[in-house]
Design a protein around this ligand. Structure first.
Ligand code: HEC
Ligand code: HEC
Length: 245
């Protein structure tokens, strides 16, 4: 009996000691400076963590970015954030978010701060390599002539900046990239929300994607496409989506 009591007492002591030790001491000692804190807010607002991990936490679609600042350097990262798709042609693409200069600066301060934290992460080297030399980004890759008809223009914008819908949406049935496949969306769109016809639903999906979340998916589609795309581009994209019966 005394043995049992002693055991429980010991457990209590160990438990209390564990609680007293901060779980990630390195992070608690170094609260982020204000620029980095602003960058963390940008990181959250754009849903970067939906695809990327920091210290292993987040989405595993894209590389862990804990040490990316030290690995790539600020100049590379600044250019990458403007035209991500130009850097790794033929790979899984990252959407262009159309960040403002301020947002980009804050994000870079945040990633710098993250890379300075001594938490022993990652346990092995990050697997991103290759890509273009900085300074030779070729927006020419996106320069093909803009087609004449609305639906063809819509398909063109579907695959190009500023939105690059195609980085997250496949047009083949049943293929999930980040968002659902849009095969057959014209039919589905007509019955998603009572009172909204297909065009109205598609417009809402682009401009305020958070308002209806497709079951089984996360709310990671950008919230600023209504500003990044012109009214004409949005109309064209809707015309294109309406051809996907
Ligand atoms: C929809 C998924 C997705 C989201 C959301 C996303 N990324 Fe990425 N990111 C990727 C993919 C995929 C890569 C791999 C490189 C590539 O092919 O572009 C990548 C690579 C990167 C890299 C490394 C580039 C390199 O060449 O080493 C950085 C830095 C980065 N992302 C920053 C961000 C930031 C900052 C945000 C939020 C503003 C963000 N990402 C949001 C998918 C995403
Ligand atoms: C960063 C990834 C990402 C990008 C880029 C993106 N989407 Fe999405 N989209 C999603 C996700 C995830 C969902 C499912 C969650 C939701 O409903 O918001 C979604 C949902 C949708 C839906 C609803 C589909 C349904 O079955 O009801 C439509 C329509 C859509 N997106 C169109 C677009 C168009 C058009 C673009 C480009 C202008 C675009 N998306 C860009 C991730 C993305």
């Amino acid at each position: 009996m005394t043995g049992m009591r002693l055991f429980f007492f010991a457990c209590l002591l160990v438990g209390a000691a564990l609680l007293a030790v901060p779980s990630i001491p390195a992070l608690q000692d170094h609260a982020p400076p204000s620029e980095a804190a602003a960058g963390m807010a940008v990181w959250r607002a754009y849903g970067c963590e939906g695809c990327h991990t920091l210290f292993g936490q987040g989405g595993s679609y894209a590389p862990d970015l804990t040490g990316i600042y030290a690995q790539r350097g600020v100049d590379y990262l600044r250019e990458f954030l403007v035209y991500p798709a130009a850097f790794h042609p033929g790979q899984r693409l990252m959407p262009a978010f159309g960040l403002t200069v301020n947002e980009a600066n804050h994000l870079l301060a945040f990633l710098e701060w993250v890379s300075q934290q001594q938490t022993g992460w990652p346990p092995r080297t990050i697997q991103v390599a290759g890509g273009l030399e900085i300074g030779v980004i070729a927006p020419a890759a996106f320069d093909a002539a803009v087609p004449d008809t609305p639906a063809a223009r819509g398909e063109y914008w579907f695959k190009r900046p500023p939105a690059i819908c195609a980085t997250c949406h496949a047009l083949e049935p049943d293929i999930i990239i980040v968002g659902p496949s849009l095969a057959g969306i014209a039919t589905r769109a007509a019955s998603r929300i009572p009172g909204l016809n297909a065009e109205a639903y598609l417009r809402q999906s682009i401009i305020t994607p958070g308002e209806y979340i497709v079951p089984g998916f996360q709310d990671v589609m950008q919230k600023n496409l209504g500003e990044k795309l012109s009214a004409e581009q949005i109309n064209d994209i809707i015309s294109f989506l309406m051809t996907l019966q």
